[in-house]
Design a protein around this ligand. Structure first.
Ligand SMILES: Cc1ncc(COP(=O)(O)O)c(C=O)c1O
Length: 402
């Protein structure tokens, strides 16, 4: 009698797949959050708030559900929300020369920024096209480009300052370039593009047909009275841009996965063709709730003060350690250089250092190398300060021995 199990009938065998995304494994965010949970560490790794959203917002969802707003909404998003988004963009960017977006033909509600970005890429990128991304960058961009059959051309931001390197961007633009993806305020470096950066990009793209995907999910988190230089404010950029934002970031509801895309009508028309067949619609009661909540601009106008207070609290505590603090101009991230720490572990690579920090010090962080195509390791890690003040104090207490 054979000890091995009898061969399965062919019909019961799972066919062997050739992966479409060979470079993709479990993300560092999942790995670090799991390690933080397992070790009881304070999780300053993954970027999400540990505090509640405004109860008025959850009440608005409850109200919408009770009113029976529970069936499929229009494919493009419910009209009151598209109108509220258009009105916000007018009020915010209009006085700075911002483009006006038509709620009916130029705004689409999406299942978060993640779906907005992949949909924009699938709508415009064809096999053989190149898309420029600026490293370090958010982890979904490159797999999205791969799925569209395009090639990501990774141009590094200037190491140390994380400012755009326009000479290298210009050198990367060629006949195959279909689009460039930018992100300000920037995850992970917390830098913010200035007016001069936007003008330079506008001039560079002017003679081309290169499209722009502008990831502005942290648009309402720019500190120290600096403006958010949206692509909407630069006519030469707005005319070619998909501008992406996320209510998850703005209203502390990352799990709701609702965002939007603003783009000129011809771009929106193509975007919607893909959107129609990848999500079709986004949950109805949340959309109505967000539309009602947006009638009051104070929650997003107050966001810079809210988050800069957290940033300042966190930085003041970190200043008592040997971490070297990088600027945090926007977003809810703070990067630190580990090279001067008083522990031998400073010599570890970023990823090993983050594991050590989580296990031994009890605070989870994310290595910047995770945001680079080539794993570039500069001894910098990222903390998220979208946390209750008590959480930040707890983390600072643990980090104090560094
Ligand atoms: C730069 C950037 N883009 C997009 C997203 C995704 O946003 P959403 O949760 O709305 O899909 C994130 C979330 O962390 C992000 O940091």
């Amino acid at each position: 009698m054979s000890l091995s199990s009898p061969p399965l009938p062919a019909a019961a065998r799972t066919p062997v797949l050739q992966t479409k995304l060979p470079a993709v494994g479990t993300t560092i965010f999942t790995v670090m959050s799991a390690l933080a949970a397992e070790t009881g560490a304070v999780n300053l790794g993954q970027g999400f708030p540990d505090f509640h959203c405004d109860p008025a917002l959850t009440q608005a969802v409850t109200d919408a559900m009770a009113e029976g707003l529970n069936q499929y909404p229009p494919m493009t998003g419910v009209a009151p929300l598209r109108e509220a988004i258009a009105a916000k963009l007018d009020a915010w960017h209009g006085p700075h020369g911002g483009r006006h977006y038509d709620a009916a033909t130029e705004i689409t509600v999406t299942a978060g920024a993640t779906q907005a970005i992949i949909t924009a890429i699938l709508a415009v990128v064809r096999p053989g096209d190149e898309v420029i991304v600026l490293d370090p960058c958010y982890d979904s961009y490159v797999p999205n480009i791969d799925l569209a059959g395009g090639t990501a051309v990774r141009v590094p931001l200037i190491p140390g300052s994380f400012r755009p390197d326009f000479d290298r961007i210009a050198a990367a633009i060629g006949p195959k370039t279909r689009a460039i993806l930018i992100n300000s305020p920037h995850n992970p470096s917390a830098t913010v593009w200035r007016a001069a950066d936007m003008r330079r990009l506008e001039e560079m793209l002017a003679p081309t047909d290169v499209l722009l995907i502008s990831d502005e999910v942290y648009e309402h988190m720019v500190f120290d009275d600096q403006p958010h230089e949206s692509a909407a404010r630069y006519p030469g950029l707005a005319a070619r841009a998909f501008i992406v934002s996320s209510f998850g970031k703005t209203y502390h509801v990352t799990g709701w996965k609702v965002g939007y895309v603003a783009a000129p009508a011809p771009l929106t028309a193509e975007f919607r063709k893909v959107h129609q067949f990848n999500v079709f619609t986004v949950n109805t009661p949340m959309q109505h709730a967000l539309a009602r909540y947006m009638a009051d601009p104070r929650p997003y106008r107050e966001l810079p003060a809210f988050y800069s207070a957290k940033r300042d609290l966190f930085r003041a505590g970190l200043a008592r350690t040997r971490f070297r603090l990088l600027p945090s101009e926007g977003s809810y991230f703070q990067c630190v250089d580990i090279s001067q720490l008083a522990v031998p572990e400073r010599a570890l690579g970023e990823a090993e250092f983050c594991q050590w920090l989580t296990r031994e010090i009890g605070v989870a962080a994310i290595p910047l190398s995770a945001f680079y195509g080539d794993g570039f390791d500069q001894g910098v890690v990222r903390f998220c300060f979208a946390k209750k003040d008590e959480t930040l104090q707890d983390a600072l207490g643990r980090l104090a021995r560094l």
